[in-house]
Write a protein that binds this ligand. Structure first.
Ligand code: MN
Length: 135
């Protein structure tokens, strides 16, 4: 086996929960192009179980989904001791007044609104993955 190149590191793993197939592909392609390992989840009802199995470093969560809303999923994740430390970046199609506050109240660490600015999306992902500064 050849030696690993200098600076080798395991890619950050990102779980992407999004019911819209085009957005799901866009987000995953974009993340992979930036060196992340992206895992798509199309059905919100699978999100908590898939989070446990994939053990992501970040979760990208669509808010408007059938069956279960992203807000409800964020609340479930944040009330689970094993999962609550994983940062969540919420993505919402329309930001009505008070939406960002509701999303933050549910426990999301980050928030971007659609239509997505690709640059802002990637910047927000990077900011949420940044390790906490040491003491
Ligand atoms: Mn949706």
């Amino acid at each position: 086996m050849p030696p690993q190149p200098k600076g080798f590191r395991v890619a950050n793993k990102i779980l992407v929960v999004e019911d819209n197939e085009l957005n799901l592909k866009l987000f995953c392609d974009l993340l992979r192009a930036h060196g992340y390992e992206a895992e798509p989840v199309r059905d919100g009802r699978e999100a908590v179980e898939r989070t446990r199995a994939f053990d992501p470093d970040l979760i990208i969560m669509d808010i408007q989904m059938p069956h279960i809303s992203g807000l409800e999923l964020i609340e479930q994740l944040k009330s689970d001791d094993a999962l609550k430390s994983i940062p969540v970046m919420a993505v919402t199609a329309y930001a009505a007044k008070g939406d960002e506050e509701r999303i933050r109240d549910a426990g999301a660490e980050g928030y971007v609104s659609k239509p997505i600015s690709l640059m802002k999306f990637v910047e927000s992902v990077g900011a949420l993955l940044k390790p906490e500064p040491g003491p």
